[in-house]
Design a protein around this ligand. Structure first.
Ligand code: CA
Length: 226
């Protein structure tokens, strides 16, 4: 029986990925590391450390030092914060309203480590989320694609994997959700091909949050049959 929906945040609840892609690629370039926007989307969900080390291994042949990681991550955050505030994803509030009306728990599972996260969520989505059903980058040792973030989300909601659905937009996020054994819907809100999300293991790949909101009842009917 379905008891909760676990939501990723960036690229699912906020249309924030274009800003992240811009900020990462420009910050990396400033440090002599080349990161195309598409690579940002492919690595979406990884921790900042993990992302920086992929590039430092490639270009410097070694892990970045803690100081380098701190400087690059700060540069990325400064650029990101200078950009216009990302807007809520179209369709998301409609979907969340249906989920709440069903009496299902709403759980946030994000790699983001930002202190004002709950405030931002409450401003965009009033009366939907609570701090006790929220896994952030501060809580986990392993970022996506490791299953830890989603396993922690299940644990917070006191449910098992077969009682939840995950809504993700990124390949590594889909991998994390599947590794946790959860039915996974990918909403393809970015530039990657649907095949990338299917290959990552998504049970369903849908074109947008609006589409999921419009077809939510059908999707729920499919859930127990998987
Ligand atoms: Ca995401």
């Amino acid at each position: 029986m379905l008891k909760a929906i676990l939501f990723d945040m960036d690229g699912v609840l906020f249309d924030s990925m274009p800003n992240h892609a811009y900020a990462w690629s420009h910050a990396m370039t400033d440090f002599g590391l080349r990161m195309e926007p598409e690579e940002v989307y492919m690595n979406e969900g990884r921790t900042g450390n993990g992302t920086i080390n992929i590039l430092s291994q490639r270009y410097w042949g070694r892990e970045a030092t803690d100081e380098e990681i701190e400087r690059i991550y700060k540069a990325k955050s400064d650029i990101f914060n200078s950009l216009p505030e990302p807007r809520p994803m179209p369709g998301a509030m409609e979907l969340l309203t249906q989920v709440r009306a069903q009496g299902l728990k709403r759980v946030i599972v994000t790699g983001s480590a930002t202190h004002a996260l709950l405030d931002r969520l409450n401003a965009a989505y009033p009366d939907i989320f609570s701090s006790d059903l929220m896994v952030t980058g501060f809580d986990v040792r392993h970022g996506k694609p490791h299953p830890e973030p989603y396993l922690m989300g299940l644990s917070q909601a006191h449910i098992s994997a077969d009682e939840a659905i995950v809504v993700e937009n990124a390949p590594l996020g889909v991998q994390a959700a599947r590794a946790a054994g959860i039915f996974t819907i990918a909403v393809n809100t970015g530039p990657l091909k649907d095949e990338v999300l299917k290959e990552a293991g998504a049970h369903l790949v849908l074109p947008s949050m609006q589409y999921l909101a419009d077809h939510y009842e059908e999707v729920c009917r499919e859930f127990p049959n998987r």
